[in-house]
Design a protein around this ligand. Structure first.
Ligand code: SAH
Length: 380
């Protein structure tokens, strides 16, 4: 059988992995042990094939290799910014491409991952918003972004790296797409990434960013439990309706109510409100004062994001002094208001600059792709 259509094990939940192994004939009493062995191989050792999994007897390695795949997606391009930011263009299938970004800092390394190819939201200031949705990423494709980054950063034990000096310490679901419109796959992927016997990135270090899909926020709290970031960007509906059109469906008041009810909030565990600074649009002192008024009572920090330009963008970034004055007002009201340093602008890797060339395939092509995936998932 062609390896591209073998069922893939990356990104399955533990139960999913158990079911896949069971369907392939692994004995019930051995299932838990095999799941642990494979989990360690995939997420601690970074195995890309079964040959290297020495905890499995040789014949079993061969059997698994004939049945399953641990293959990585194709990295089409890898770029490094002058500030050390890295960006990978990853292809999962013909015409299904996304970008993943690694932002190294002195005290941490943040991996920014994508949840969809393209996006449905059309936020006016966002480059991804100009790319129509191609499709949701699967849990495998979301988790694979972390594995690809660890491969390239040589962050596996076999590369001689000590496991307590990690490069990727934080993960933000802030790449292409709206994660809460791909809920199940994002949930499963985050639960795999956070698993303490695998990649082990704690949920306190994973942040999911949403433009405000209000009905999904309670479920995110219950079933994902990561940190939450909200792309607020304006304190008033008339402005937000224009720059984040989703606001017409879920206005600020409802959004903030969902935030207030998000489980586990405290001063040590705050919601991040992202606020892109658009010259003359949302950056006045009056806007700052109104902002602190509407979020009152929510344990929060405000992340001010200087607008990152892209070809044809209809906005400009606020002047630096304006951003600082805005931040001062928010800060004086008792909220941390860090200004996000633009990173990787020279390789179009900064917030809101990501986009791939992928366009939605014709229905006939999609059908062919689905069929081959279905075949791949069939036990045999
Ligand atoms: N759809 C989710 C995930 C995207 S996160 C969301 O909207 O939250 C990407 C973050 O970058 C969001 O806060 C987004 O509003 C912001 N952003 C988009 N375009 C930007 C740009 N050109 N400059 C700065 N920030 C931008």
């Amino acid at each position: 059988m062609n390896s591209s259509v073998k069922p893939r094990l990356i990104g399955l939940t533990r139960d999913g992995l158990k079911a896949a192994l069971g369907a392939a004939g692994v004995e019930t009493k051995q299932l838990s042990m095999r799941v642990s062995q494979l989990w360690n191989a995939m997420y601690v050792q970074g195995a890309t094939g079964f040959d290297a999994i020495t905890t499995l007897a040789k014949p079993l390695r061969g059997e698994f290799a004939d049945t399953f795949s641990l293959k990585r997606p194709e990295v089409v391009a890898a770029q490094v910014s002058s500030d050390g930011t890295r960006k990978w263009l990853i292809r999962f299938a013909p015409g299904v491409e996304i970008e993943t970004v690694f932002i190294p800092d002195e005290d941490r390394g943040t991996l920014c991952i994508s949840s969809q190819v393209g996006c449905t939201l059309t936020c006016r200031f966002c480059h991804t918003g100009t790319q129509k949705l191609v499709r949701n990423l699967t849990a495998e494709e979301i988790v694979s972004q972390v594995l690809v980054a660890r491969d390239d950063l040589k962050e596996w034990p076999r590369a001689g790296r000590n496991s307590d000096e990690r490069l990727i310490t934080n993960i933000v679901m802030m790449g292409m797409g709206e994660p809460l419109y791909n809920f199940e796959n994002v949930r499963d992927a985050i639960n795999v990434i956070a698993d303490g016997e695998g990649l082990s990135v704690s949920k306190r270090r994973i942040t999911l960013s949403t433009a405000g899909v209000v009905p999904m926020i309670p479920r995110a709290g219950e079933e994902i439990g990561s940190m939450l970031a909200i792309s607020l960007h304006a304190p008033r509906d008339d402005v937000r309706d224009v720059i984040v059109p989703l606001n017409k469906k879920y206005p600020i008041k409802e959004l903030l109510e969902a935030c207030r009810a998000y489980p586990g909030l405290s001063n040590a565990r705050r919601i991040t409100f992202e606020y892109v600074m658009l010259k003359g649009v949302n950056d006045s002192n009056a806007d700052a004062r109104e902002l602190v008024k509407v979020i009152r009572g929510i344990p929060a920090k405000i992340n001010l994001i200087p607008f990152n330009p892209w070809p044809g963008a209809p906005y400009e970034c606020s002047d630096w002094e304006r951003i600082e004055e805005f931040g001062e007002i928010v800060n004086r009201a008792g909220y941390a208001s860090p200004i996000r340093t633009p990173r990787g602008r020279d390789i179009m890797a900064a917030c809101g600059q990501l986009k791939s060339e992928s366009v939605k395939a014709r229905a006939s092509e999609r059908l062919a792709e689905m069929r081959s995936k279905e075949l791949a998932r069939m036990p045999h």
